[in-house]
Design a binder for this molecule. Sequence first.
Ligand SMILES: [Zn+2]
Length: 175
Amino acid sequence: MAFEDLLSDPVIQKYLHELVGPKGMPVAAAPPDGEVTDEELAEELDLELNDVRRALFILYENDLASYRRLRDEDSGWLTYLWTFEYDKIPENLEEEMYRLLEALRQRREYERTHEFYLCEVCSLRFEFGEAMDFGFECPECGSPLESMENSRLVESMDDRIDALESELNVEELGA
Ligand SMILES: [Zn+2]
């Protein structure tokens, strides 16, 4: 798959941006064909060598880049030759979305099955059991804890879950 096609996809751009951050983005967004050294990238992109290395290492940790080491026989210096492996991006993205979906489903279940109390002064939220232990008074400021409605939060989670499910083409089991 051509890198240019992948990189024109805004979802993939966002994914890379989240991985490497704004400073690493010039590195992640301009993958050369074939091998390249960190020094070459730093010079070509006019970046700090450390920022380049950091971005490369993050890509490496996420299976999106690999390297091999060459030792200069005279100086003993090591050179790292990097290869970008962006053909793994779609697979990684899908895994990421499944993880997010699972986390959201668990979180929604927690929100649905618990009752919450709020200190409006401190913006602290307590589960029912905790609130009862505190005699429905905020342990920080002593204000009364008010029963808190979380159905709007659950609804917005429903929307995100539905969107992810349709993007992944999955349906919730037993839903
Ligand atoms: Zn309080």
